[in-house]
Every structure is written in structure tokens, then in C-alpha cells.
Design a protein around this ligand. Structure first.
Ligand SMILES: [Ca+2]
Length: 365
């Protein structure tokens, strides 16, 4: 049996064997501390700006909106920003919280920097340096406290700062719902695949192969595939052999592949601790209107790095909509920093809910 046949056989066995459904996700109700919802001009007293390089005010984003936000207008400079200090604006001890989260509205793709110091921070290497590359529109950004704890002591927080790097003068952002608390679910509108910073697999470049199930009676199998960046070719190899309609998300375990692996979106897909774009795309697909016969996923950084909302929707698709789930190399999360296996996967149950209809017929051939 050649490699191809072995691969196909393994894949199909995967489809047959991995039709597992999992108990619904439930986030542990953690402690909550609202840093600011920016509803009142007095909220400005909680923060300190970096100076004349930024203009801050509390305003609705549009005239018709009731909700107010922190309006940030860059005036120049290298790192215009603002900061919160304990004990007035933020707690000193962040260890009871799961994540720092906040919402940003941006008119264009931009990069948000986050710096957090503890009592012992004296320079770049002794503080937390994080940030996010975001696409225009609304983004819910979350930093797990366990990530922060890799660089500094989360019980001794001294400062929390937000900034942008050498922004164009006039760059206007809106910040809202800044808090410490449980990782939140994210409502993400559907982003069409052609508008994403990702590739769409096609049959343009064909390699030698034996076609096995193309065309397929009843049309292609609708499949969502989460693949790595460096090794995404298997999707096309599968498409050549089996009639698949693939909606694809590429998300690599190595952050450099995400960031620099695409000529068209060079440097725009996150960074070392930033995978918000891939998380958003997964949310968008799982919450979106597409119906799939199968979800074929690997877990690049662990199941827990999928957002709570994406995990919830994956489970819902399997349990309620009968979509098949194939997990390749299922990985719960980083050793030591996350639970050995998340609660929402603990109560797994094997169910005969995957490959339905014509896919099942095909598999029984
Ligand atoms: Ca608000």
C-alpha cells in the first residue's frame, strides 16, 4: 500500500472513528473586575496618558450609539498610549483572574501594544510585552493571565499600558469593556473567506494521483479544515482524490509561519503571543451560516487556545447538527500552564452522529 493509500485510509478511518461528541463547554465562573466600560467622562481619571502624543476622550463611536468608549487619537510620537495603575484603577493581584480582556474598534489594520510591569520590572526583559495585530472593525482581545505569568509575577502588578507603535497622526481607535475575568465568548460576524488573510485551496496545481471518489454521487462533501501553514498541501491532495468542498483555516503551531508564511499578508497574521486573527476566523466559521458534513481539525496550540465561543460552537455543531468531527493529534494545551485536559472534553461520549447520508454511504463502499 503506497503512502497515498495509507494516508487516505488513515483519513477515512479518522472520519469513522473520531465521530465523538463532547459535553457542552462551560467556563468556570471566575472572579470579575471591570477596569472600565468608559461610560462616563470621570473614567478618564482612572488612567494616565503618555502626554501630548495622544488625545483621549469618552465618546460614542457613532452619533446614534448609546454606548460610550474611550476614544484614542494619536497625535504623533513613537508610542502614544495610556496606562492604569494599582490600587486605584486595577488590582495589584491578578492571580484570581483568567484573562485581561478588552474590545477595540479600528478603522484600519493596526497593531496594539500591551505592556505590563510588576514590582521587579526594570527593563524590556523583566516585563510583559504583548500585543495584537488586528483587522479593521471590532476585535475582542484577551490575554490569559497564565501567559502574563510567564514573564512577570501576576500578584505584584505595577502598571498596565496600551499603546500603538509610530502610528499615523490622527489614527483613531475606540477601547471598551476593559476587564479582568473569565475568558469571554466572542460574537463574530461571518467573514467571507476571500476577505481573510488566508489562502483558499484550489485544484490549480495538480500532482500525480489516483482519483478515488471524484465526482461523488450527491455532490462534494462539505468540509471545514483547520491545517498548519507549513503543511497545508494535504488539503489539495485530499481534494484531488475525494470530492470535497473545503472551507479552510490555516493556523500553524509555529508563530513565525503564521506571521511570515504568506507573501500577501506578510507580517499581518499575529505574532509570538498573538493569534487573535486565527481565533477570530475560527469563530467566524464556527458561528457562521455554513453547514458542514465534517470538521477536520488539528489543535495548533491546544484545544484551550480556541476561544470559548469557538469550542462551544464546535460542540454544538457535532451534538445538535450532526456534523462529523475529526480531531488530528488532539492536544489540550501547554503543559503546566493549562489543565491537563479541559473540562469540556472530559466527558466525551462516542456517538453515532458523524458522517451522515451520502458521506456514510461512501464510507461504507
Ligand atoms: Ca462602553
Amino acid at each position: 500500500m503506497g503512502h497515498t493509500a495509507l494516508f487516505l485510509r488513515a483519513s477515512l478511518m479518522g472520519l469513522l472513528l473520531c465521530s465523538l461528541a463532547y459535553a457542552a463547554a462551560g467556563e468556570a465562573p471566575g472572579k470579575n473586575f471591570v477596569i472600565s466600560n468608559f461610560e462616563d467622562a470621570t473614567e478618564l481619571r482612572k488612567l494616565e496618558s503618555s502626554g501630548a502624543d495622544v488625545k483621549l476622550s469618552i465618546e460614542p463611536r457613532t452619533v446614534t450609539e448609546q454606548n460610550k468608549m474611550l476614544k484614542y487619537v494619536a497625535q504623533g510620537g513613537d508610542y502614544p498610549g495610556f496606562a492604569f495603575y494599582p490600587p486605584k484603577a486595577i488590582p495589584k493581584d491578578w492571580s484570581p483572574f483568567e484573562a485581561l480582556s478588552f474590545v477595540v474598534w479600528s478603522p484600519a489594520d493596526t497593531e496594539i501594544g500591551i505592556r505590563i510591569d510588576d514590582d521587579k520590572s526594570v527593563n524590556y526583559n523583566s516585563r510583559y510585552n504583548g500585543g495584537f495585530n488586528i483587522q479593521k472593525g471590532r476585535s475582542l482581545l484577551q490575554v490569559p493571565v497564565k501567559d502574563i505569568a510567564k514573564s512577570i509575577n501576576p500578584k505584584l502588578i505595577k502598571m498596565l499600558m496600551f499603546f500603538t507603535m509610530k502610528p499615523p497622526k490622527g489614527l483613531t481607535l475606540y477601547f471598551d469593556d476593559m476587564m479582568l475575568g473569565p475568558l469571554q465568548t466572542a460574537k463574530v460576524d461571518f467573514i467571507p473567506y476571500e476577505q481573510r488573510y488566508d489562502l483558499i485551496s484550489s485544484l490549480e496545481v495538480v500532482s500525480p494521483h489516483f482519483t478515488l471518489a471524484r465526482p461523488l454521487a450527491g455532490g462534494p462533501v462539505r468540509t471545514f479544515m483547520l491545517t498548519s501553514v507549513a503543511f497545508g498541501r494535504e488539503v489539495v491532495e485530499m481534494m484531488q482524490r475525494l470530492d470535497l468542498k473545503v472551507s479552510q483555516l490555516s493556523w500553524d503551531r509555529e508563530w513565525g509561519c503564521n506571521t511570515w508564511g504568506f507573501g500577501d499578508f506578510y507580517g499581518l497574521r499575529g505574532h509570538g503571543t498573538d493569534f487573535v486573527l486565527m481565533q477570530k476566523y475560527l469563530d467566524s466559521s464556527m458561528q457562521g451560516p455554513e453547514q458542514f458534513d465534517a470538521l477536520v481539525l488539528y489543535t495548533p496550540l491546544g484545544w484551550n487556545r480556541f476561544t470559548a465561543s469557538a469550542r462551544e460552537m464546535i460542540l454544538k455543531r457535532v451534538k445538535e447538527r450532526g456534523e462529523g468531527l475529526v480531531l488530528f493529534f488532539p492536544f489540550p494545551g501547554e503543559k503546566g500552564s493549562l489543565p491537563a485536559w479541559p473540562d469540556d472534553l472530559n466527558r466525551k461520549e462516542s456517538r453515532d452522529c458523524a458522517p451522515r447520508g451520502r458521506l456514510r454511504s461512501f464510507l461504507h463502499l
